[in-house]
Design a protein around this ligand. Structure first.
Ligand code: BG6
Length: 488
């Protein structure tokens, strides 16, 4: 059951992902009930599903067969009688398709409805099933720790923790999932993966888009809550966690939770030493002049909301003591790109001074998007020359090998949920620790007015974000330089 079936997420991501699973024979017996407020006939709903698949994947021969599995129910989320008719309808569909009482509820709608819907699902009998029941829930999971706790209580009164699948779509990305394989399947990395050999780790997730039509939501969120609390922190956890005993959901999650427990808490006066906020001004993005954030729709002319955040995260445990994890994310930046740079320490003595500069440190770059792959930066002898060293880059490109894009994150996450694999969904403990960390930063930012706008659209953020690294003797590796050779 998809709640919010006429919304943007369902159209852009869920229907095309379901189609891809269908076309690969991953969906055997299935039916989808689209649930939303407006009244719509089954035929119209099926037509809209078809249209969304066509617009994202092109026309397909078996589309009519695919959409014949889709049904529509108009629904009032606050009204019990609406849930009762939904239950009766679902029971009927269950019998027709022999679904053995297995049911997934996908909440693809505004977060204020998550709690009330979960409560109704239980009180109106939709969760009384013979088979499994699972709840898939989109972000944001609360606005801060307190609201997240309240939401969690509501959800948990109807579903157990094991039945809750909290989506973080970054965990569906091919190269985010690859982090653990790169780390734990290679003898050359894991022994070096600690503070003896790594000097710092940089994670950048930059976007060129502005806030688009989401001004109202974004004003209450900002980059800290929208990107850092979830996606960025999840990448930090995957990079920093200890090798799990095995790859079971519980083992992987408990290692991630241990990372969150080791985060150095940053509060009060310290916040400005560790974190930088920014808001975009007018500027040029891809040769087009774009307005400042404060001129976007539904945004306050005096808005104090950050559209950029950079931070230094310290993980105070044996493995990572002293190694900064620098993270930055923002809207209206110079390029749309997500990359992780693992910078290794310099060798103890340099025998190969080049004429102009010092040896480059070894880097392992994990390209998350748009290109997918890894690059290892090494030093090797310059061909023909004297004993001069020069940088060489070994690249592996995912897309280059398969000659097509890797599957959408949502497709993998939906499939995981159907199989009952919650490893790539966020556990409540991860959510709670991450909010506790972020709340201390927002508490300071909310109290003080920033001198916004402080970066021009089309740039890599405010100058202070560069200074954050400079004062530690580092710099952000330029994105354009890192892109060389990969997936071209
Ligand atoms: C979402 C945020 O979670 O992630 C958006 O709400 C952001 O503001 C998006 O644009 C970025 O996702 P991706 O996959 O394009 O990096």
């Amino acid at each position: 059951m998809i709640f919010g079936a006429t919304g943007d997420l369902a159209k852009r991501k869920l229907f095309p992902s379901l189609y891809r699973l269908f076309s690969r024979n991953k969906l055997d017996k299935f039916a989808v009930i689209g649930v939303a407020r407006r009244s719509l006939s089954n035929d119209d709903f099926q037509a809209s599903v078809k249209e969304s698949v066509i617009s994202s994947l092109g026309n397909k021969e078996d589309l009519d067969q695919f959409v014949s599995h889709f049904y529509y129910q108009s629904h009032d989320v606050a009204d019990s009688s609406s849930y009762v008719s939904l239950r009766n309808f679902a029971d009927q569909i269950d019998a027709d398709y022999e679904l053995e009482g297995n049911r997934i509820f996908y909440l693809a709608m505004a977060p204020e409805f998550f709690g009330p819907i979960a409560l109704h699902l239980k009180s109106d009998g939709l969760t009384d099933v013979k088979g499994y029941k699972r709840l898939v829930i989109e972000k944001p999971f609360g606005h801060d720790l307190e609201s997240a706790k309240k939401l969690n209580q509501q959800i948990r009164s109807a579903f157990s923790e094991k039945e809750v699948y909290r989506i973080d779509h970054y965990l569906g990305k091919e190269m985010v999932r690859n982090i653990e394989v790169i780390r734990f399947a290679n003898a050359i990395f894991e022994p070096l993966w600690n503070n003896r050999y790594i000097s710092n780790i940089q994670i950048t997730s930059s976007e060129t888009l502005g806030v688009e039509e989401r001004g109202r939501y974004y004003e209450t969120s900002g980059a800290l809550r929208d990107m850092l609390q979830n996606h960025m922190m999840q990448m930090v956890a995957l990079l920093a966690m200890e090798p799990p005993i095995s790859l079971t959901t519980d083992e992987v999650r408990s290692e991630k939770v241990r990372v969150f427990r080791s985060l150095r808490s940053v509060e009060g006066e310290e916040v400005k030493q560790y974190f930088v906020r920014g808001q975009y001004g007018e500027g040029m993005v891809e040769d087009v002049t774009v307005p400042k954030y404060r001129d976007e729709a539904m945004v306050d002319q005096e808005s104090n909301t950050e559209t950029f955040v950079a931070g230094k995260i310290m993980i105070d445990n044996f493995r990572w003591a002293g190694v900064p994890f620098y993270i930055r994310t923002g809207k209206r930046m110079a390029t749309k790109s997500t990359k992780i740079v693992v910078q290794f320490k310099d060798i103890p003595m340099n025998l190969y001074y080049q004429t102009e500069k010092m040896l480059n440190p070894n880097l392992l770059v994990i390209h998350i998007q748009p290109e997918e792959g890894i690059t290892l930066h090494l030093n090797a002898k310059k061909a023909g020359g004297h004993l001069d060293a020069q940088e060489v880059k070994l690249s592996f490109a995912n897309t280059g090998i398969h000659a097509m894009n890797t599957p959408e994150g949502y497709e993998k996450l939906l499939y995981d949920c159907m199989r009952g694999d919650a490893t790539n969904f966020t556990h409540w403990d991860e959510v709670a620790y991450s909010w506790a960390f972020v709340d201390k930063i927002s508490a300071v930012w909310e109290k003080t007015k920033a001198a916004f706008p402080n970066y021009e659209s089309g740039t890599m953020g405010p100058k202070a974000a560069d200074e954050l690294l400079e004062k530690d003797g580092f710099f952000w590796w330029p994105m354009a330089e890192l892109e060389v050779d990969i997936c071209k």
